[in-house]
Ligand binder design. Sequence first.
Ligand code: ASP
Ligand code: MG
Length: 467
Amino acid sequence: MSVLAMKFGGTSVGSSEAIGQLCQIVTAQQQEWSNIVVVVSAMSKVTDMLLSGAHAAARGDRASAKATAEALRSRHQSALHALAGQSDDAHTVNAQIMALIDEFELLTQSVSVLGEASPRAIDAISSLGERMSVRLVAAALRATGIAAEAIDASDVVLTTAEFGNGAPIYPQTREQIRSRILPLFSQGVIPVVTGFIGATASGAVTTLGRGGSDYSGAIFGEALDADMVDIYTDVDGVMTTDPRLVQSAQVLDRLSYAEMSELAYFGAKVLHPKTIRPVIERGIPIRIRNTFNPSHTGTLVTRQSESTPRAIRAVTVIRNMNLITVEGRGMIGVQGVAARTFGAVAQAGANVLMISQASSEQSICFVIPNDHARQVVDALESALKHEIERGDIDQIKSRDEVVIVTAVGVGIHERPGVAAGVFSALAQAGINILVIAQGSSECSISMVVAANDGDNAVRALHALALG
Ligand code: ASP
Ligand code: MG
């Protein structure tokens, strides 16, 4: 028994044409695989629309939630009509989707009465996009003659109660997925499952974080012992860098899990960074493929990378970062400074992307998104108040207008001279490196540079990747 998990992103279900394409791809894959599970995102932009409707409602603006509801009705209705016509099935599904949009209106009304949208309300609202799209896609598959059933992942994916960032709980999630999906497999029915969502033990709907449908695809793939997880998107695969920055950027045929994780973490938008986690242990391969160019083989991600003479495979950049430095001679040997520093950062809700500490212990520096900088500096000043007063810490510096440039490749730390090559390429391009850090997975090297050096740094390093 072979199992294929296929995840289709927002643009891949963004219009009736795209969903038609999805149906063709699923039909073609049925020739090769005995069982298929399909996981889908909301139609493109729908999650953004739902969220901005919710935030508008919290500000007391009910009119824009109403307008959002109208736009959602016509978008889903016209896609359903184009795909499933006026069949009885289309009528039933239309009623289900309209009921979900009514739910959106009710939820936004409560939000506007309360004057605030709690994380729990936000998840209830933002989950609606996927709950609509699965019904639409399942109906489209049935209209092409494929037995398919829409499934809400909130029935089977058990998560922590961290709204907006729910973490799946095992082994319950695996067991629940299997008991719901395996019977469908034996009946020859394709389950069409909502990406992005789960539910707490008490049944409150949670989401796994923006872009989390990829992660859902891998969660379902793992639970069903899939032989392959296909992530269908709107590009041919993972590229050596952003083709808008470097024209010679190419699609990578193969990557290792470690390389893919680093790339996703350091800004390659093609895959959610958590997607690799569920599949690593069983070694399930992931393929990243293009819905709109299905004959392209895409990028295959497995344990082993491609054997290539190039140490550097790809280069990414993350913009709008802020470099925070905590420094002072009195930091030497003072216990717990690092712990309190990062405790304060966590309290400010900021995500730390990179850390580096000088061996003299006179400074710690780290990089966070620029829009959290003010809060982080305030939190640090209060957490380290005594050290600052005593003069053990001289200052907390914040530097904006910086970016993180990362080179990724398994060969980076295996082969001598690669790091030296990276630094000299940047030096030759006249770029000053502010901070360097080596990825813990040993297959990346990241550098902080001034924002206006970012593009040139990417070009200089990319030349090494293709070199
Ligand atoms: N629809 C969700 C989002 O836009 C999840 C996803 O598309 O992966 O974030
Ligand atoms: Mg996505």
